[in-house]
Design a protein around this ligand. Structure first.
Ligand code: 5AD
Ligand code: SF4
Length: 465
């Protein structure tokens, strides 16, 4: 498919705009909305787009879910428990509707894009008024309009790889913002459902990304987080495409104080990117580099296209180029056929790398993926024991790795008052680790300099300079 065909054209966006205008004038439109988000940053950002469209329709955000007239669940399906939780909560809303008969229940996101889900909703979840997949987010105004004009369920799921541009966005934070740089994933890691529900990799044009970043800078945003399932392959699908490293260099020049990104695939982490990071002040010294497993055999079964040694080489290069870099990862335990010895290889890798944080998951079979068909699925009690061991190891190591910051100077972008006291604020340091320092509401959203004086649980404690 040619790229032009994949970008949602301005005429289509205008058509959607017209639906927004129509809804604004409708007496039967809901007064308030509530968006429930599951899953990753990509979903969190999609929810900001939903909120943006809803606000343009003249619907205001409700303080609580059970007080809203329109509730939309933006779902995730990467692991089974995310899916189960979403369906459980959607079903609970049926009870809430008993007190608010006009309540409109909508479900969107990755789960809806799963094969067979549309049929399942029409049969088993008939109380849902509106359901649409990830490829239909930009048509939400049209679908909402249809929902408000019928008593039947509106369920629309398409298999299209679109790039929507120009959607209104109601950003959750003033000082920090997400920017999607690419959609979809081509990697087909054997356990992962994402390529099936988010489609093929497609990159936004660099000019669009830069324009968005400059707009954010002008409105006072201090930090941008670039989003993509595999940001390292940004631009590969564009004619004469710009590499991710080159894009970062351009963004570095915009003067936005802090730039972060996620997620990176180790196989595509280029030397060029490492060079750009080492020569930049604005690209933060932090890196999320999912390893998934420390065993070569399991990595192969996972279709990850790197070995343990190649991964460790990338880590070494990153640390040489960006001393003290904050490093985080994702790890799956209990992948089909994972032996005790192979699990020990993961433990040994964690011990060797010394991550600043690790997101650990028990393997969850997803229908349609290759791993779900593999023999020797691991017993739940074995997987649970393994993850507990891994978490305990990581927690111990983390206390050690964090000590390297004590006595150093850091910069915190404060997110809010600290949970424990109204006289301190907390936020993330340049290395991606939470820091708490003395401060008040006035300091929220500011970049403050501090000296790290110690640690408390999983956060650093600092003194303002
Ligand atoms: N089971 C468990 N964890 C998974 N992840 C992706 N798919 C699965 C699955 N089927 C994890 C990976 C990925 C993170 C976002 O979720 O570690 O990096
Ligand atoms: Fe899933 Fe692998 Fe793509 Fe990440 S890179 S979204 S784990 S298929």
């Amino acid at each position: 498919m040619k790229r032009e065909e994949r970008v949602v054209q301005p005429e289509e966006m205008k058509r959607q705009e017209a639906f927004i205008e129509e809804i604004r004038e409708m007496p039967q439109k809901p007064k308030s909305y509530y968006v429930v988000t599951y899953g990753c940053q990509m979903n969190a950002h999609d929810s900001e787009k939903l909120a943006g469209m809803l606000q343009r329709m003249g619907i205001t955000e409700a303080e609580e879910r059970d007080k809203a007239d329109f509730v939309i669940f933006n779902t995730c399906c990467v692991r089974e428990n995310a899916e189960r939780r979403a369906l459980g909560n959607v079903t609970w809303l049926k009870e809430v509707r008993k007190n608010n008969p006009g309540l409109i229940i909508a479900v969107c996101g990755c789960m809806i894009q799963e094969p067979g889900m549309a049929e399942k909703i029409l049969k088993q979840y008939r109380f849902i008024n509106l359901a649409f997949g990830t490829a239909n987010l930009h048509c939400f105004p049209e679908l909402m309009y249809r929902t408000l004009n019928t008593d039947r369920s509106v369920v629309v799921v398409e298999d299209r790889d679109v790039i929507p541009e120009g959607l209104p966005i109601a950003r959750a934070r003033k000082e920090a913002a997400y920017i999607t740089i690419m959609y979809g994933c081509n990697n087909y890691c054997s356990y992962c459902i994402v390529p099936y529900v988010r489609g093929r990799e497609r990159s936004r044009q660099p000019e669009q990304i830069l324009r968005e970043a400059e707009g954010l800078r002008d409105s006072g945003v201090k930090e941008i987080m670039l989003l993509g399932q595999n940001v390292n392959s940004y631009g590969k699908d564009l004619e004469g495409g710009m590499s991710f490293a080159a894009l970062l260099k351009e963004l570095d020049g915009t003067g936005i104080p802090r730039i972060r990104f996620m997620t990176s695939h180790p196989k595509d982490l280029s030397d060029e990117l490492i060079d750009v990071m080492s020569g930049s002040r604005h690209i933060l010294p932090q890196f999320h580099l999912p390893v998934q497993s420390g065993s070569d055999r399991i990595l192969k079964m996972m279709n990850r296209h790197y070995t343990r040694d190649q991964y460790l080489d990338r880590v070494r290069k990153l640390r040489e180029a960006v001393p003290g870099i904050g490093l985080s990862t994702d790890i799956i335990v209990g992948f089909p056929g994972e032996t005790e010895e192979e699990f020990r290889e993961t433990m040994a890798l964690v011990e060797k790398v010394r991550y600043d944080s690790a997101f650990t998951f028990i393997y969850s079979p997803r229908v349609g993926t290759r791993a779900a068909e593999m023999e020797s699925q691991i017993a739940p009690e074995v997987a649970t024991r393994r993850i507990q061991e891994l978490i305990a190891l990581q927690e111990g190591l983390q206390q050690e790795t964090m000590k390297r910051f004590v006595g150093t100077e850091e910069e915190v972008l404060t997110e809010g008052l600290s949970r424990r006291s109204s006289e301190s604020v907390s936020g993330k340091g340049r290395h991606g680790i939470s820091i708490t320092i003395a401060g008040t509401v006035q300091d929220v959203g500011e970049i403050l300099r501090c000296r790290v004086t110690g640690l408390k649980n999983n956060t650093l404690v600092g003194e303002r300079i």
